[in-house]
Design a protein around this ligand. Structure first.
Ligand SMILES: NC(=O)C1=CN([C@@H]2O[C@H](COP(=O)(O)OP(=O)(O)OC[C@H]3O[C@@H](n4cnc5c(N)ncnc54)[C@H](OP(=O)(O)O)[C@@H]3O)[C@@H](O)[C@H]2O)[C@@H](O)CC1
Ligand SMILES: Nc1ncnc2c1ncn2[C@@H]1O[C@H](COP(=O)(O)OP(=O)(O)O)[C@@H](O)[C@H]1O
Ligand SMILES: [K+]
Length: 514
């Protein structure tokens, strides 16, 4: 082995997520500008190349742990520092006795990466820049591939072309597991979008900080299992950084149910919607509120011709019943299957309901009527909005593509514009409050992509909120546990199994409350 830095002095093994011991509000997720500042500050206090040496060593060590039966490793390195990390890992893996081949996109430009290349060559690795990316012919499923093509320095506005694109093509066709260095190449750290395309990794080792884009939009499909290595560099304090919403961040947040609890002490949930032909949505929301543990559940049908709820524990109500004392005590979930009729009831609900969640057609009514939006902003108590991307686009007056291109920006804008707490649903749901708090949900999967699961979410959050949680806690816990129930379902049955809305309610009931 060459005379590189002496044994790299990283402090701890990379951390697997989500088994972390993070802060109660969730692990911080850092944007790329903060990561760049963090990197520069850390580098100032360390000998030359130390950060890259630590990063490469962490990649090598994790690679060996994840692919313990690998006999050979193929490292694809770009010309930037991401490639430099890959070159360090290549050298260390070779020193550990593995057969290592390296493909390098081009001669590196930065001092750190040039140093890593020189070290790799001195260790006897044949690394010539360019040339077609040819995987080793006998690369097998137990072997390891390291994606060190592009990291934080990705230019998001151009799709990879030339040699890097050819390397990505080669990565698409491999039998072996891919470990992405810092980010799956092509994934945009801040948004989870792709610069035209991105590598699909089996694992990603996120360096220094965790990036929001690993958890939302396309991130979940490309990052695989996410690991973290902070390189021993203390994180900058960023009060408004989005937080990762995962099991540890929700532990101990469930509503309490004292021994002497009775239905009157566990809150009144009113689910308002149920236009003709859409009564299933209101029933799903009401059943989810019941499963969440709310004391009394009232299902309000806006159209008397709509079918009454079929579950015997649900009380069927007319909209006129929701006023006076009843309204003043109510947690109201409005809009599931509401049709156009919900609009007429919103002024009274916005004015009178102390806890109000708007979903589906209530959101469409809100988007169409500036007076409702103004009334919502003037409310003195919390409101929650639960749009999917199309509803969010209507509320913001933009396209769904614009919402999805930067989900964090969209949800923050919604929270500001409507003075409400908002969850923008979809793969990696993002949450924001008007005071700047923000989170990305780590749970959930495509089993939820079926009609009615959003109605369940609305009723489930409402049912938790009705039991005395504050609005942000109810929203966080509701969104995370909704996804966690789908994860538990999928863990039992394997991926690809859809989860219908009624089964989802059962899965929510089965979820341990810890
Ligand atoms: N910061 C940290 O936390 C730490 C950083 N570290 C590591 O450094 C990484 C960041 O390194 P970085 O800044 O050198 O950028 P990087 O990701 O290698 O990309 C630049 C290269 O990609 C190319 N390229 C860009 N866009 C492209 C596109 N669309 N399509 C095709 N090519 C494109 C670009 O080419 P060019 O624009 O010059 O043509 C250039 O060659 C970071 O992710 C982590 O791994 C650790 O060592 C220590 C802690
Ligand atoms: N691919 C996915 N990954 C994670 N969650 C998903 C996925 N697809 C859908 N969901 C979740 O399922 C729910 C669907 O809500 P919504 O689109 O309002 O459905 P509906 O209106 O039919 O009830 C949301 O909570 C959303 O976050
Ligand atoms: K990478």
């Amino acid at each position: 082995m060459s005379s590189g830095p002496a044994a790299p002095d990283w402090p701890a093994a990379p951390q697997a997520l989500p088994r972390h011991q993070g802060p109660a509000e969730g692990l911080p997720l850092h944007d790329s500008a903060t990561l760049r500042r963090w990197e520069a500050e850390a580098a100032r206090g360390l000998p030359p190349h130390a950060l890259m040496a630590r990063a490469g060593a962490a990649v090598a060590r994790l690679g060996r742990a994840l692919a313990p039966h690998a006999r050979q490793v193929w490292v694809l390195a770009g010309a930037g520092n991401n490639g430099g990390d890959g070159l360090v890992a290549a050298r260390l893996l070779q020193a550990a006795g593995l057969r290592v081949r390296v493909w390098l996109a081009a001669e590196p430009a930065s001092g750190d990466a040039r140093w890593a290349l020189a070290q790799a060559r001195a260790a006897g690795l044949a690394v010539l820049p360019g040339g077609p990316p040819q995987p080793p012919a006998d690369l097998g499923p137990d072997d390891l591939v390291i994606d060190a093509l592009l990291g934080l320095g990705l230019s998001a506005d151009r799709a990879p072309a030339g040699p890097v694109a050819a390397a990505m093509d080669a990565l698409d066709r491999l039998p072996a597991g891919i470990l992405a260095v810092d980010l799956p190449s092509g994934l945009i750290a801040d948004t989870g979008g792709c610069a035209g395309r991105a590598v699909r990794a089996r694992w990603t080792l996120s360096l220094l900080g965790l990036k929001p884009g690993l958890w939302t939009a396309a991130g979940r499909d490309h990052a695989g299992a996410i690991w973290h290595e902070d390189l021993g560099a203390p994180a900058p304090a960023e009060a408004t950084t989005p937080r990762l919403l995962d099991a540890p961040a929700c532990a101990g947040r469930w509503p309490q149910r004292p021994h002497a609890a009775h239905k009157g002490s566990q809150g009144d949930l009113w689910a308002v919607g149920g236009a003709a032909g859409l009564s299933g949505a209101i029933e799903l929301a009401a059943r989810a509120g019941l499963a969440a543990g709310a004391g009394r559940i009232h299902a309000v049908r806006l159209d008397p011709a709509a079918a009454p709820p079929s579950h015997p524990a649900l009380m069927s109500r007319t909209p006129q019943a929701l006023q006076g004392e009843a309204l003043a005590r109510a947690t109201v979930v409005a809009g599931c299957g509401g049709g156009a009729a919900i609009g007429a009831w919103l002024p009274a609900l916005i004015h009178g309901a102390p806890r109000l969640l708007l979903d589906a057609d209530a959101l469409n009514a809100l988007a169409a009527d500036p007076a409702l939006a103004q009334a919502l902003r003037l409310r003195r108590t919390s409101a929650v909005l639960t749009p999917h991307p199309l509803e969010a686009a209507r509320l913001l007056g933009c396209t769904t593509e614009a919402v999805q291109a930067d989900r964090l920006a969209a949800v923050r804008q919604l929270a500001q514009r409507y003075g409400a707490m908002v969850v923008l649903k979809g793969s990696g749901s993002v949450l924001a409050a008007p005071d700047g708090r923000c989170a990305i949900n780590a749970s959930g999967n495509a089993a939820l992509a079926s009609g009615g699961t959003g109605d369940v979410l609305a009723g489930w959050i409402g049912g938790l909120w009705a039991q005395g949680l504050d609005a942000w806690d109810a929203l966080r816990l509701g969104v995370w546990s909704h996804g966690a129930a789908a994860d538990a379902w999928q863990a039992d049955r394997g991926p690809g199994q859809p989860l219908d809305a009624l089964r989802l309610i059962e899965a929510l009931q089965d979820l341990p409350r810890r």
